[in-house]
Design a protein around this ligand. Structure first.
Ligand SMILES: [Zn+2]
Length: 216
């Protein structure tokens, strides 16, 4: 059965569909390029969409290279809490930090850039990683009357998950289009960050759909 969409109250959230997160990029998510086709099908299905764009200055605090002796994918304590360190990625004004050129951008009405302050990272479309500095996305969505947000993109276990969880906390209905996402999949205890993110999202009320269930 195909979920009925309300064209004026449902919106697609396209998370970090940037070459930097795809094979050949600086922080390649496995099969990250495989989200392009599905996301474009969703963009043809939804009347309204917003996108996020990871957008870091050189020397960003989330880069392992900013911490001598540290390596990518280690987690270190920072003033605002634990931070996973990454290879340098999504550096402002580099070609791989652009929204992917194959993205069908027509329905994308707002692009939220994040991670642009050197001292703080931002996984969620709604808050920086201190969990208190808001991006203004929630106010924009409320002003426009959107109720349900359908997330797709990269990476499932970080920016998609944090955004989808925050959406539920902010009172939106939050959905993840599972086959329009790919995850990084770092070890996380006995599990992977993908498994723990899926469990965490489910626990806070995020629901999962497939392209087929959305008629995309
Ligand atoms: Zn980043």
């Amino acid at each position: 059965m195909i979920l009925e969409l309300d064209p004026e109250r449902d919106i697609l959230g396209v998370i970090d569909v940037q070459p930097t997160f795809m094979p050949g990029g600086e922080l390649p998510v496995p099969e990250g390029d495989q989200v392009l086709g599905p996301v474009n099908r969703l963009l043809a299905r939804f009347r309204h969409a917003f996108a996020t764009q990871d957008w870091h200055p050189p020397g960003h605090l989330s880069f392992a290279s900013s911490h001598p002796g540290r390596h990518p994918f280690e987690t270190i304590p920072l003033a605002y809490g634990p931070q996973t360190l990454w290879p340098d990625h999504a550096v402002q004004e580099t070609p791989s930090a652009a929204l992917h050129p194959a993205l069908r951008q027509g329905p994308i009405e707002l692009v939220v850039r994040k991670g642009f302050r050197r001292e703080i990272d931002s996984y969620s479309a709604f808050f920086e990683n201190d969990r208190t500095t808001a991006t203004a996305l929630a106010e924009w969505l409320r002003a426009r009357g959107f109720r349900r947000i359908f997330f797709a993109g990269l990476a499932l276990d970080f920016c998609v998950a944090y955004s989808a969880e925050d959406a539920t906390r902010l009172g939106f209905e939050s959905y993840v289009v599972r086959d329009a996402c790919r995850g990084v999949g770092l070890p996380d205890g006995a599990a992977t960050t993908i498994e723990t993110a899926l469990a965490r999202m489910a626990a806070c009320g995020v629901r999962f759909f497939t392209l087929a269930e959305l008629g995309a």
